[in-house]
Design a protein around this ligand. Structure first.
Ligand code: PLP
Length: 482
């Protein structure tokens, strides 16, 4: 998802599509964009970053922005890592700037794949490296289908997926079709393959019924998934797709204990694969390299991105378990999918160094420690605010959901773009903080939220500043909200 959720289509209850435009994008804006870049807005140029260091961004207007979200949960080491810069230069010095991964391998891509497989304690067998999270989801969909074509005997009818409402798995047509993000699907719905259906998101704050225990909630969602398999015909389902911690679509929503085990049991019952989308929540963001390592559930295929290269290079990928690899190995012996820049050596060298730094500097420990501090400060300083409905997350991945009426958990009308406006206000002095906003759904199943995802090497004093500025921008916004 692009870092700035500036404007969105939304589908109202009658299925009518509307396009809402935030105030800063209105035609009355004071200037129109003269940039040659096609930015999200054709009316207003985004702020221009001319330098960066650590978690600070220097703008062309002289302002310094504290990046509390690492862009879109990407910059996991902050900016200016000498080690990563040297690793990129070393790869260039070797002279291997590119070679086609269909015919050649490189030390960089082999090294990165080994590092990634080792991080799964051997639970995964192979890594497949691409350039973006959306590409990785495209590859995951095709790999799942190919798995069933090559099973002995083949299961040719498997061509469907089940995902969850309020989910986002990428912006390209296949990945968009896999997700349940109504607003993002909206304008492109007619172009999307009818390959998925959705079950309820697991969102305790909005999904649990009064008096229901977490165990009962999990059981209700398990039964819903089971019923969905039966409805679409279990013999046609390739995989269930879910984010272990839901990032941009819901704002750092974790699941009650046992939820993913229950979901996996349904997949196993019907012989379907389990795909975890860890593009946003993975690669250390929640305190373990892989988010599934805290769920006691190993996926069959896992997408990774963002923190993989920490923003030093465009890179993402798949981790694939033995079950899937073995079927291809004894089948056609190849994955019928490939892209020109797959396994790009410079990107792989950058990502490998990012991953080595995370491991050698024990940054998972810092994620856990600073995550606890972030959670405590957010709860202490914002927990009682009348418009803060929920604070949730894990590691250095925290979401704040806004409500009109706290006791009733009444969300704001998405058309008001509350979270976007808070994000926009945060970028202005005196706050000068970059937050990441997400808009709720018109049916009230999710509310407006902002997300915090600082770098893994963030310091205690930076956490204090992040919370202080976040609190002030939220307080000031609602003090003047009418
Ligand atoms: N999956 C999830 C969970 C994401 O959050 C995103 C991006 O925000 C993607 C997939 C798509 O990744 P990319 O924007 O790199 O294509």
């Amino acid at each position: 998802m692009s870092p700035l959720v500036l404007s969105d289509y939304s589908t109202d209850e009658d299925g009518e599509q509307t396009f809402t435009t935030p105030s800063s994008f209105s035609s009355s804006s004071s200037f129109s964009s003269g940039s040659a870049v096609l930015h999200r807005s054709l009316k207003v140029d985004p702020l221009k970053v001319i330098a960066a260091s650590g978690i600070n961004l220097q703008l062309s207007n002289g302002q310094e922005i504290l990046d509390a979200t690492g862009g879109a949960a990407v910059s996991c080491l902050g900016h200016g890592s000498q080690r990563v810069q040297k690793a990129i230069m070393a790869q260039m010095d070797i002279g291997v700037s590119y070679c086609h991964s269909m015919f050649f391998s490189t030390t960089a891509s082999e090294g990165l794949a080994e590092e990634l497989i080792a991080s799964t304690n051997g639970q995964m067998a192979k890594a497949f490296i691409v350039g973006s999270g959306s590409e990785s989801m495209e590859a995951a969909l095709k790999l799942s289908r190919q798995y069933y074509l090559e099973l002995k005997p083949p299961q040719l009818k498997r061509d469907k997926f089940i995902s969850r409402h309020e989910s986002y798995h990428g912006i390209t047509l296949g990945a968009l079709a896999a997700g349940g993000h109504k607003a993002r699907r909206g304008p492109f719905e007619p172009l999307l393959a009818k390959i998925t259906s959705q079950v309820s998101a697991c969102n305790s704050y909005r999904g649990m019924k009064d008096g229901e225990t977490e165990g009962q909630y999990v059981e209700r969602l398990r039964a819903e998934l089971d019923a969905e398999f039966v409805r679409v015909d279990p013999k046609t389902v390739c995989a269930f797709i879910a984010e272990p911690v839901v990032g941009a679509a819901l704002g750092c929503v974790t699941s009650p204990p046992g939820y993913f085990k229950a979901m996996k049991s349904v997949c196993e019952k019907y012989g379907a694969l389990l795909i975890f989308d860890e593009v946003m929540c993975g690669m250390g963001r929640t305190g373990t390299i892989h988010a599934w390592q805290q769920e006691g559930v190993v996926p069959d295929i896992q997408t990774i991105g963002k923190g993989l290269g920490g923003g030093y290079a465009p890179i993402a990928g798949l981790l694939i378990n033995h079950r899937v690899v073995d079927v291809l190995r004894t089948g056609t012996g190849s994955f019928a999918h490939g892209q020109t820049y797959q396994g790009h050596p410079v990107s792989c060298a950058a990502a490998l160094e990012v991953q080595r730094i995370i491991r050698e500097e024990d940054l998972m420990n810092n994620v856990k420690k600073m995550g606890q501090k972030l959670e405590k400060l957010l709860r202490d300083q914002l927990g009682e605010h009348p418009n803060v409905g929920d604070i949730r997350g894990r590691g250095l991945f925290w979401g704040i959901e806004f409500v009109q009426e706290k006791a009733l958990r009444q969300p704001f009308d998405p058309k008001e773009q509350i979270a976007w406006r808070i994000q926009e206000k945060g970028l202005q002095p005196p706050y000068s903080i970059s937050l990441y906003s997400g808009t709720g759904t018109a049916d009230g199943k999710s509310g407006d939220h902002i997300l915090l995802a600082p770098a893994y090497n963030v310091t205690a004093s930076e956490i204090e500043i992040i919370v202080d500025r976040t609190k002030r921008v939220i307080q000031d916004y609602f003090d003047t909200w009418v």
